[in-house]
Design a protein around this ligand. Sequence first.
Ligand code: ARG
Length: 588
Amino acid sequence: MEKLIETLNGILSDAFEKCGYERYFGGVTISDRPDLCQYQCNGALAAAKKYGKAPLKIAGEVIEILKDNFWFENISAARPGFINLNIKDSVLAGYLNEMNMDEKCGCTKADKPLTIIVDYGGANVAKPLHVGHIRAAVIGEAIKRISRFMGHNVIGDVHLGDWGLQIGMIISELKRREPELPYFIEDYSGEYPAEAPFTINELGEIYTAASVLAKNNEEAMKDARKATSELQAGKKGYAALWKHILNISVTDLKKVYSSLNVEFDLWLGESDCEKYVDEMVSYLKENNYTYESRGALVVDVAEEDDTHDIPPVMILKSDGSSLYSTTDLATIWQRVEDYDPDMIIYVVDKRQDLHFEQVFRCAKKTGIAADKLSFDFIGFGTMNGKDGKPFKTREGGVMRLQDLIETIDDSVLKKMDANKGFSEEEMNDIAGKVGLSALKYGDLSNQVTKDYIFDIEKFSSFEGNTGPYILYTIVRIKSILNKACAEGKCSGTVSIHEPCSQCERDLMLKLSRFNEAVEHSFSEKAPNKLCEYIYDLSNAFNKFYHSNRIISEENAEKKNSWLCLCDLTKNILEISVDLLGIQVPDRM
Ligand code: ARG
């Protein structure tokens, strides 16, 4: 469906044109004074400058043309030259009825679906997921779902960190601890054990010990680097160990991501592009993009009008091994070959912006990225604790994501009403869903680039701008509809009538703006826009709910129309929270 605001734009633009002014002056926006009008057009003010006329005069001419227009209840000029617009209730009701029949509640699919890869998650194997990973997963999942809802062909890739120095650290640490393992025996010709020599917990411990050691001990760092480069060069024993690390980690990662309701289409990682590295390096060399700098192979990516220093991208280290930029470039190479994408969206910590700037420039300059391919770096800020520093456990350590999820679920359980007669199983299911909504909404309702403070009490509150509040609203509507159905007065064919009160009209106006909200959050890759919308919508609904007795309304037509409104609100809220990756309990 065409967005209401777009229709209004068209009408106003036509009117400006008819009066002899440029069409673009007819731009309409949502009113910033909702107490005065629903929509406004500021074009007369801008046109006044261009045409040297009084703005109120221009506004008057435009209004004269539109005063009998079928769409408007009221169109008037306000000083110094605004045009205030109210649409007719009948138009609004008609629009909502159309939305009600539409599977996507008025959202139109893109006419040219793009192939979009969303690179998010970005977990590094061998380490358990910690709070630092939450934003990539939560924001990326929402962007993926929103893009898909807009009709694009979207592929989500976890892009595991499975090829870097951390693997070399683990291998060399294990070698120090258990040198007799077959993986470390030169010329070993037997089969390597099918079973890994460590569990996931042991792996975490080995990794932590190894990284502490490497940081403080040059010899250990050297060993780790050497092991990394030998692994990348294909050393058999190391490759076998690496497979164990990967298998064990991925099983664990899948569990945690799934408890976050985050699903990847592809479980590829840095290592998967390894097979393209040689081909890519030859291509770069043959086309004279590379040169040697202190033994390393690099590509210049600085541009003339740069205002800050953009250093060359390193393609290979002096020992021939790949680095982060190598795997990112080779992954682009691979993605172009496998999926021919129009867009790749990276959802990564904003502190990596320079790395991505270098990679994108290099990919474009060298033609690794096809012309049509655009890159979008969605750099997110940090989740901080109440002290304003990166969120830590009480003891000051890094908190595991799994533990964080449990803490939130507990906090929700405490707030839940034990008198509602839920079974224990139900309680846990509800706490899981409500807890997840607290966590995800608490994150997503912030502007992506900003840091935010993680506040369990605030996020898990059932009131205010929180996930649980939105869920509570949905559950409330479900219960109204269930009651109505139980009374047998629920019919699917009734329609939405013109509003009887201002709060009903406000709710209807909010509902009519759903497609606009989704499109904005897609085009700006800003899930917070969708959060803002559903918060406003929930408020509008609850106001309407508190001012009317829906179930006991005696006028059947009115009641049915209200139930229809409830149904549309529920559908829109349910679609929206699903786009944010949040699940809804039946009761709470
Ligand atoms: N593994 C990386 C990290 O922990 C994030 C990966 C982001 N994606 C990418 N294509 N580089 O920092």
